[in-house]
Design a protein. Structure first.
Length: 92
């Protein structure tokens, strides 16, 4: 047995290919996590926008039904015991 074959036989560790594969897998995992976080953020923004659209629709539906803006209705006490507004078109 010559010295070259003995030296390679005793060496332990990972090859460059194995390390490269592990780094690629780690990169893919990190990329997937970052993409997932972006998707979660975008879904929250869309949910907030939907909530705002719902509030806007309720606001105008109240005006269409009663002829006053919510908080400015001067007949609110007679309808459901709320504090009356002064019907001046301004909500304070």
């Amino acid at each position: 047995m010559n010295w070259l074959s003995k030296k390679t036989k005793d060496q332990r560790g990972f090859t460059l290919i194995e390390i490269a594969i592990v780094l690629v897998i780690i990169g893919l995992l990190i990329g997937g996590v970052l993409k997932g976080q972006g998707m979660i953020y975008n879904s929250k923004i869309k949910r907030y926008q939907a909530d705002i659209d719902g509030i806007r629709a309720a606001y105008y539906a109240y005006f269409d039904r009663y002829g006053y803006y919510p908080g400015d209705d001067n007949t609110a006490n007679a309808r459901w015991g709320a504090v009356n507004g002064n019907a001046n078109g301004q909500i304070a």
